[in-house]
Design a protein around this ligand. Sequence first.
Ligand SMILES: NC(=O)c1ccc[n+]([C@@H]2O[C@H](COP(=O)([O-])OP(=O)(O)OC[C@H]3O[C@@H](n4cnc5c(N)ncnc54)[C@H](O)[C@@H]3O)[C@@H](O)[C@H]2O)c1
Ligand SMILES: [Zn+2]
Length: 363
Amino acid sequence: MRELSLDLAGRSESHRVLIGPGLRRDLGRLLQPLGFPSRVFVITDRRVQRLYGKDLQETLTGAGFQANLLAVAPGERSKSWPALQRLARELLAQGAHRGTVLLALGGGVVGDLTGFLASIYMRGIPLVQVPTTLLAMVDASIGGKTAINLPEGKNLLGTFWQPRLAVMDPEFLNTLPLKERLNGLAEVLKAGFIRDRELLERLAREGRELFHHPEELLEVIHRASGIKVAIVAADVREADLRRLLNFGHTLGHGLEAASHYRLPHGRAVALGMLMALRLSEQLSGLPEEESRWGQQLLRKFGYAEHLPRLDREAVLAALIRDKKRLEAGLVFVLLRRLGEAVIQEDVPLALADEALSEVLDLG
Ligand SMILES: NC(=O)c1ccc[n+]([C@@H]2O[C@H](COP(=O)([O-])OP(=O)(O)OC[C@H]3O[C@@H](n4cnc5c(N)ncnc54)[C@H](O)[C@@H]3O)[C@@H](O)[C@H]2O)c1
Ligand SMILES: [Zn+2]
């Protein structure tokens, strides 16, 4: 088992992150030292419930907890006000009180929704994160950001609410579809690009075989989530450092919007990283051979294959909308070297457009 410690400057929200194959069957025992009351509500989605709900209830009851399970429909649409209200009323009906623990079992959707609920139910109750997707392990379950969506846009209502513990079992990924694995892997690659060249080299060696090598997979999850933990610990409320986590996301968000969210987030971010690598050669001094190596790595995982037709103008329009919100012009996270990121302000739109065209031509 690996362990990370999210140390928030000695604050009481500091907590541990445990990573290990099979930990899901030990969860009850892992909760015991936290001194929670015996009632635990597991919030999950129906797909994850079918796969892991019973295991989880067993480990919790085995450790003396009374476990109830509430499930939402799988998918982004459950990050909504109606789903939140339904869960809150269900908690009330089943007698959840101020000391009751919520355990989020699922991907980022369940994690964000459950986190938000935990932060406001009776003015806040304890939360445990048990991420079951790669994206949720290395990204969504770390950092305490919670949210639901509004019809007007994603993540518009939310809070910061740290879990008391996060438990990651890489074996959950055995049942995760390839598309979802690649979604999370884009965030792993991102972590490598901004902070950890050796992580990139591992990914280059492994390719998609990574998911069949449990030792390597454990190491990769440990490193990538460790990078998020380190950045969050240094910058809880999202000032400067945390912005580095947006590598690939400026263009990525534009591509997602232009595709009307048909392009999965991870894939859009991977394309955004391809573009950021090109811009980094021109603007932040990334050596050409490192840029080329990085681009090859992204292609190796297939992110640039069979791109849907995307309207360049629509992507640019999204970038300009972003720009209007920011004093500093078009802002990109770029690289100085592989593993070393910088914030680059005032990126000329013409250069961004050029890099965008090259990336779209790949498809
Ligand atoms: N809070 C944050 O800091 C943060 C960061 C990044 C993303 N997010 C949010 O995370 C969400 C995306 O999360 P996601 O990519 O995990 O998607 P998700 O939660 O929708 O899960 C993807 C799909 O995989 C299924 N699934 C989950 N675990 C499985 C398993 N082990 N085996 C088989 N199927 C499984 C789910 O049922 C779902 O259909 C977005 O809403 C995004 O806004 C939040
Ligand atoms: Zn992302």
